[in-house]
Design a protein around this ligand. Structure first.
Ligand code: UD1
Length: 430
């Protein structure tokens, strides 16, 4: 199993190209099941989760071809992928495939909308809390789907004439359930109004792509999304938006190690709240023509309290990385996680590097230690594992991160991007 070896202590200096967002690419790929025409996606990151979803979509009958492997030689690895699903050959998403990645459960929306039925295994995914699917079920039932749960599978069927548009208000904000309900409603009879919808940029990206395919969606980016059902959708060409979590992760890495880095092909507006927190911690952040410049020279890291929240709040997917940064602050900070109930697995690993963190319910108290010392650590989930990498970059000596398959699910060419900025990071295969 691969490990990542880091020798910390170097400042980061240079340019890091930001990839297309994993969390946008996945629902966009799934949207290809809604049409018998070709959906072409540009700027798709090369990640284990994307490859896994390619297998899952292939199982449903999608014909997938990948080209444009390198947009800019040696730099980004954005790919253009064509998805054509003339016929859905199988409306079942089996446990063996869905259990590897939670987002693959989302195929339930398009399958039900287009074929009138779907049988989808209950998901697995990162071990960060219970992550139920009650909101998906309730929402699809609101569109008149009949749903039964049997032997670990969700069996969903639509009425004879197809799903029926309705008004549904989510009791809790859910990104995935918003994606699924929005996709399902595009082909429903009549109009659907989703209240308390997720406002994440990835939801907006999906809505824009669906509209390019002929859907009639308005209100994306606000809490109320209206979808007027249409008879069918066509193909389209769409560019996946930049990965705001990758952007924030590298910005925090620079804030932690010090240095001067340009994050290219990204957009400050995607992560205002997180950038503001990094600024308050002592880094200078400015907009450039193609992205964001992050600088920290000399000034120490200041403690900053944060609370995770749905967009536009501080993203839960950057919580672990920000905790890494706060371990080296001059003073005490508090981080409260409100989205997932078990998302502090990185705490004990950061402690191995010398961090002082105590937990009380959903809040972590971090007493800055000024310096960390390298150690062997274990990646526990996708975002937690990258927090260990950035902490390792700032720690003295060697940090060896094991179980890096978590990282490969979400960070494209991490070692290469960091090495180009002067970091000592290498992959070690046993
Ligand atoms: C997506 C992101 C993930 C991010 C999360 C929150 C993708 C592929 N993943 O995950 O990286 O951390 O948004 O920003 O885009 N919930 C229920 N019932 C449901 C569905 C969700 O109770 O039926 C709860 C979850 O357990 C969690 C909260 O709602 O506590 C938010 O989860 P949700 O927004 O659905 O996360 P995902 O879409 O799975």
């Amino acid at each position: 199993m691969d490990r990542i070896r880091i020798v910390g202590g170097n400042k980061l200096n240079g340019v890091i190209p930001i990839s297309g967002a994993k969390n946008a690419a996945l629902p966009l790929m799934i949207a290809s099941l809604l049409t018998d025409d070709t959906l072409t996606l540009e700027n798709v990151p090369h990640l284990a989760d994307v490859e896994q979803l390619i297998r899952i979509l292939g199982n449903h009958g999608a014909d997938i071809s990948v080209n444009g492997r390198r947009e800019r030689q040696g730099e980004s690895y954005a790919r253009t992928i064509h998805f054509t699903c003339r016929n859905i050959v199988d409306t079942t998403a089996p446990y063996e495939l869905v259990s590897k990645m939670r987002a693959s459960f989302w195929v339930i929306g398009p399958l039900l909308a287009r074929e009138g039925k779907a049988r989808v295994s209950l998901p697995g995914g990162c071990a960060i809390g219970t992550r139920p699917v009650d909101l998906f079920i309730e929402g699809l039932q609101a569109l008149s789907a009949n749903i039964e749960i049997d032997s670990g599978y969700v069996n969903a069927t639509a009425p004879a004439g197809g799903l029926i548009g309705a008004r549904y208000t989510f009791p809790k904000v859910s990104v995935g359930a918003t994606h699924v309900l929005m996709m399902a409603a595009t082909l429903a009879n009549g109009t659907t109004v989703l209240g308390n919808a997720a406002r994440e940029p990835e939801v907006v990206d999906l809505a824009n792509c669906l509209n390019a395919m002929g859907a009639k969606i308005t209100g994306q980016g606000t809490s109320t999304i209206t979808i007027e059902g249409v008879r069918s959708l066509s193909g389209a060409r769409h560019r996946v938006l930049p990965d705001r979590i990758e952007t924030g992760t590298y910005a925090m890495a620079v804030a932690m190690t010090g240095g001067d880095v340009i994050l290219e092909d990204t957009d400050m507006a995607l992560l205002d709240t997180a950038l503001e927190a990094i600024r308050r911690a002592g880094a200078e952040i400015t907009e450039t023509n193609s992205g964001i410049r992050v600088v920290r020279n000399g000034a120490g890291i200041k403690p900053v309290d944060i609370v995770t929240d749905p967009f536009p709040g501080f993203p839960t997917d950057l919580q672990a990385q920000f905790m890494g940064l706060m371990t080296m602050a001059k003073g005490t900070s508090h981080i409260t996680e409100t989205i997932f109930e078990n998302r502090f697995m990185h705490v004990q690993e950061l402690a191995r590097l010398g961090a002082k963190i105590s937990l009380s319910g959903q809040t972590a108290k971090i007493e800055g230690v000024g310096r960390l010392k390298g150690a062997p650590v274990m990646a526990t989930d996708l975002r937690a594992s990258v927090s260990l990498v950035i902490a390792g970059l700032a720690a003295e000596g060697e940090t060896m991160v094991s179980r890096v398959y978590h990282l490969d699910r979400g960070f494209e060419r991490l070692e290469e991007k960091l090495t180009r900025c002067g970091a000592h990071v290498e992959r070690v295969s046993d």
